[in-house]
Design a protein around this ligand. Structure first.
Ligand code: ZN
Length: 60
């Protein structure tokens, strides 16, 4: 588990975990408010997607 994830844009929590979706894809999920980020390939891809989108698209 990476420790480089940005905090959740909705609640500021750093209680984030990798959620396995399907076919090797995963997404980062917030353990506090249940928000989750876009899917990426594996935990690393999901982390990258989360960090990219977390502040530029904080309204979904
Ligand atoms: Zn949250």
């Amino acid at each position: 588990m990476t420790d480089e994830l940005k905090p959740c844009p909705f609640c500021g929590s750093t209680d984030l975990e990798v959620m396995d979706i399907d076919q090797g894809y995963a997404a980062i999920a917030c353990g506090l408010c249940d928000a989750f980020g876009p899917m990426g390939l594996g935990g690393e891809g999901a982390s990258a997607e989360w960090n990219q989108r977390v502040f530029e698209d904080a309204a979904f």
